[in-house]
Structures are given as structure tokens and as C-alpha cells.
Design a protein around this ligand. Sequence first.
Ligand SMILES: [Zn+2]
Length: 243
Amino acid sequence: MKVNPEDLARLLSVQGDDSAVDSLKHKVSTLPIHATIAALKQRRTEVADRLTASQTELGDVELAAERAEADVVPVRERLIRNQARVDAGAMDPKALSNAIDEIAHLKQRISDLEDTQLEAMDVLEMTSAQVASLGEEVKEVEAELHAAVDARDAEVGQLASQARGFQATRAQTASAIAPEVLTLYEKIRARSGGVGVARLEGRRCSGCGLEATVTDFNRYTAAPPDELLRCSECDRILVRRAL
Ligand SMILES: [Zn+2]
């Protein structure tokens, strides 16, 4: 294939822009902030799950506290009635003795129920504090997550803007290249890891890094300037240093 030597210089420039865009795309996909965001999302799920569990527990504890409070009411009423009967006198000794025994029993029962009530209040207080603290933690994680997403968008935006710069230059340079040369470059680039055109540096192809054989090297150097050379090893378009 014949080629305008100026197109080869333009191809090298296009290659530079394409490689820069590829490198920016790679940078975008491997930004450390992606891992930070994934970890924060994971943490948000964990904390939210713990919050839900604590809220459920709080509901149960509230019921237990209410039950303990309700249980003590009839026992107190019964104690008051018994005490009133004893205070009023007019009981035979047997009935009086029974009433006194029952009063002692009721007092013990009230004391036990009050202990239960106090324990329930303690658990209620602890669980409420836990719910509040987890609620705060959820808010903190969400704030961190929003900040990380904003930081990522800013970084990605900056890299995308750089890429658009290279793409604009590339488009302008490419528009001056003969279409068949550009198509060939793009075809080779697509199948050769993003590099379609390479330089001959000394006897080495900068595309594949291999040294040309003496025969190939002589053929490269003897070729007229308007001949489109291809590396015998990697098939990429080869540009001699003179250009
Ligand atoms: Zn090569």
C-alpha cells in the first residue's frame, strides 16, 4: 500500500491520542474510590440491618416493661384490701393469721415484680440508646457515602474532560489521513491491544518489541518513503525514524 509520509506522522499522533484515551479509561475503571464506595455500601447495609434488629428488640422490651408494670397493679390492690381488713380488726385469729401470711406473700410478690420492672427499664434504656447510636451511625455512613460518590463523580468528570480533549485533537488529525490508511490502522489497533502503528527504533519495533531480522531491516530501510511498511513480526504499521 502506498502512503503519504505525512499521514504516517499523523497516524503516530492519532495513536498517541488513542493510547492516552485508553489509559484514561483504564484509570477511570480502576480508581481506588470505587472500592471505598463499595465498602461504604456494604457498611451501610450492615449498620441498617443492626438498626432494624435493635428496633425490633426495642419493641419487645417495651412490651415486657409494660407487662411488668401492669402485673404489679392487681397485686398492690389486693395488698391494700387485705391490709384494710386486718386494720379493721374483727377477724378471728385463724383468718387474721391467714391474712397476715398473705400480706407477707403479696409484699414479696410486689418486690419481685418491681425488680422485674426495674430490670425491664434498664434493658429498655440500653436498647433505646443502642437504637439512637445505630441511627446516628447510619447517618454518618450515608454522609460518607455521599461524599465518596461526589468525589468519584468529580474524579471521573475530570478524567472524562481530559479524554474529550484528546478525542478532539484525534478527530482533527484523523480527518486529514487517507481513509484507507486510517481504516487499516483502526483494524490493526482493534486486534493488537490498542496499538496499530509502531516506530522502528534502531532495529526494534516499538509495537512488539522484537528486533527485525537483517533481511527485514534491509527491506524496511530500502523501501521508498511512500511505501506503507508493516512489521514482519506483529503486522503493525511501521514508521521509520526519519519520519
Ligand atoms: Zn512489531
